[in-house]
Design a protein around this ligand. Structure first.
Ligand SMILES: Cc1cc2nc3c(=O)[nH]c(=O)nc-3n(C[C@H](O)[C@H](O)[C@H](O)COP(=O)(O)OP(=O)(O)OC[C@H]3O[C@@H](n4cnc5c(N)ncnc54)[C@H](O)[C@@H]3O)c2cc1C
Length: 543
């Protein structure tokens, strides 16, 4: 069996784990980061896209609000290329108590969140689709952040400082030597091969799965309540500013414009297991109704895709539980298992928010340094990530500008997301993956209105042509991609998206008959049970 050696093993390749690997590598630790799937496939790739200003927590959770605004400012500096500075609004809709606005303003003042009341008529000029009956409006420095761009920049930065990134490697056991954790047994999910990592320190950043990892170390009493939330992407930017309802945090009260779409969310429902997060029709209907409150006519707009994620909400069994996950604090919890359980070489991080991942990583690596007696300062406040060296934030229209420059020389593979052939080919070669879904996350391939309808057969042909896959495995990649997309489309089949789904169906089932293509499962595909469920969906669409 292969054995790898490292000073630090990081479990979990979400925002937190990637942030921890970046932080540890910058402090000069030899680091390995592992994830059971691709980077950002857990909650971090399924979130709402909001870089919080802290306004949302200003009244209810002042500590979280202050953390958010501080981290918001730091991330704008170190990860500028992944952030679009849309600005944010808090608005009192006709269903909200306008007096809450005063508490909101006071809360922002107390927590350091810059907020200002603005003229409603001006706001409606700026955002003409907003409910014309809003009574008050406040500006805050909300923004959006591109999950995968940021996580891959963290991973890239860590790699440049010597870290090794192992995707599709599950931790199946933790090794213990007396009162110390000494590493982990991994399973390569692509080959089935097992390998050992001998690590001086093991840092668990497994989010909603943190309790499972703690259990592997023999630690009991760590409980993470998975709080499910659903979000719906609408096919264009109904607003250009992040819009929050000015009320206590509730369901469906934020609309985030990100890239070419806008995303309404979210719910918060306790679920039994982080891998079981089905989307129900009732949740979809509630979300569309909530959208109407912010933007009248919301239901008539075209919904592109729905998905769900799970909040890793830490519950300390010693201090008692709460049943509603929205009431569990959004701050993070770093568990020093030496202090808590007498176990050396092992720290757990859970809870928190995307916006605060850098701080969480810093806290976690600080705890490790303390245990090791090492005095190595954190550098992630100042050090810019690869791609963000010039400090420029992402500008909407960037891809179009690039596209217009190369109009005559380049074929366009994905019209919705303006992805050229050379860009896609480069990504396929550099990622070293033949899984189209992995490439989707890097380039946003197939994420526009046709949900892959017109680009995925072209991308499949390219995979085959550049020699990454033989015919059956390329066909397997294609089917797997379609099944993944279908999971997010079927709960919102109405209006134009239903027409689009029928067209896609004619292309793939009618013209190409993909269901009967001699396909093998692609590397890194969803597990068999997920594939089967999705395949059933595909057949329903063909009926
Ligand atoms: C619906 C919803 C909307 C949200 N919106 C926002 C928002 O707009 N703004 C914001 O700031 N925050 C938001 N959050 C919170 C935020 O998304 C999460 O707090 C954050 O993404 C958690 O990141 P993480 O890295 O800790 O966990 P994850 O991203 O879940 O990463 C954990 C990783 O561990 C891996 N893993 C699990 N088990 C194993 C194993 N055995 N071996 C190897 N790897 C393993 C998983 O594959 C996963 O990739 C939202 C959360 C939800 C649910």
């Amino acid at each position: 069996m292969t054995t790898l050696q490292t000073e630090v093993l990081v479990i979990g390749g979400g925002a937190t784990g990637a942030g921890v690997a970046w932080d540890a590598a910058l402090r000069g630790f030899d680091t390995i980061l592992v994830d059971r799937r691709d980077l950002g496939e857990g909650t971090s790739g399924r979130f709402h896209g909001l870089l919080h200003s802290g306004g949302r927590y200003a009244v209810k959770d002042p500590h979280a609000a202050t953390e958010c605004i501080e981290e918001n400012l730091i991330l704008r500096h170190i990860a500028s290329d992944t952030i679009e500075d849309t600005g944010g609004l808090f608005v009192s809709t006709p269903d909200d108590d306008p007096a809450y606005g005063d508490r909101f303003l006071q809360g922002c003042k107390d927590t350091g969140v810059p907020a200002e009341e603005v003229d409603v008529a001006e706001v409606l000029k700026r955002e003409p689709r907003l409910n014309p009956r809003i009574k008050r409006a406040f500006t805050v420095p909300d923004a959006n952040i591109d999950a995968w761009k940021c996580i891959w920049a963290l991973a890239d930065g860590a790699t440049r400082h010597g870290a090794r990134i192992l995707t599709y490697h599950s931790v199946v056991a933790l090794h213990r030597d007396g009162d110390a954790v000494t590493g982990a047994r991994l399973r390569n999910e692509l080959t089935g091969e097992e390998l050992d990592v001998e690590a001086g320190f093991t840092l668990s950043a497994a989010g909603a799965w943190a309790a499972e990892i703690a259990h592997m170390a023999g630690v009991e009493g760590v409980r993470v309540a998975p709080g499910k939330g659903i979000m719906i992407a609408m096919n264009h930017r109904l607003v250009n500013t992040v819009v929050n309802r000015c009320t206590m945090p509730a369901d469906g009260d934020i609309l985030v414009p990100i890239r070419t779409v806008s995303v309404i969310g979210t719910t918060d429902i306790r679920t039994a297991h982080p891998d079981e997060i089905p989307v129900t029709q009732e949740e979809v209907d509630q979300m569309l109704d909530d959208g109407e409150t912010l933007v009248p006519g919301f239901r008539d707009a075209r919904a592109l895709r729905v998905w769900a994620g799970v909040r890793p909400l830490f519950e300390d069994v010693k201090t008692g539980d709460t049943e509603s996950t929205r009431d569990i604090g959004r701050s993070h919890a770093v568990l020093d298992h030496l202090e808590r359980d007498g176990l050396k070489g092992f720290v757990t991080m859970t809870g928190g928010k995307w916006t605060t991942f850098r701080l969480m990583a810093q806290d976690m690596v600080d705890v490790m340094c303390r245990q090791l007696g090492e005095d190595r300062a954190c550098r992630t406040r100042e050090e810019r990530l690869p791609g963000s060296e010039d400090g420029e934030t992402y500008q909407l229209g960037h891809r179009l500008r690039v596209r217009e420059r190369e109009l005559q020389d380049e074929q366009l593979v994905c019209e919705c997301e303006l992805i050229s052939r050379s860009r896609l080919e480069t990504a396929m070669r550099e990622r070293g993956t033949a899984n189209l879904d992995d490439i989707r996350r890097n380039l946003r391939l197939g994420m526009g209105p046709c949900q892959g309808g017109f680009c995925i057969y072209r991308a499949t042909g390219m995979l085959h042509a550049i020699g990454r896959q033989d015919g059956p495995s390329a066909a397997g990649s294609l089917v797997s991609f379609l099944q993944e997309r279908w999971k997010g489309v079927w709960p919102i089949l109405y209006g134009d998206q239903l027409r689009q789904a029928r067209l896609d169906d004619w292309i793939y089932q009618g013209a190409l008959d993909v269901e009967h293509a001699p396909a093998t499962a692609p590397v890194g595909a969803a597990p068999p049970e997920v594939r089967e469920a999705a395949a059933d969906g595909l057949k329903v669409s063909a009926a």
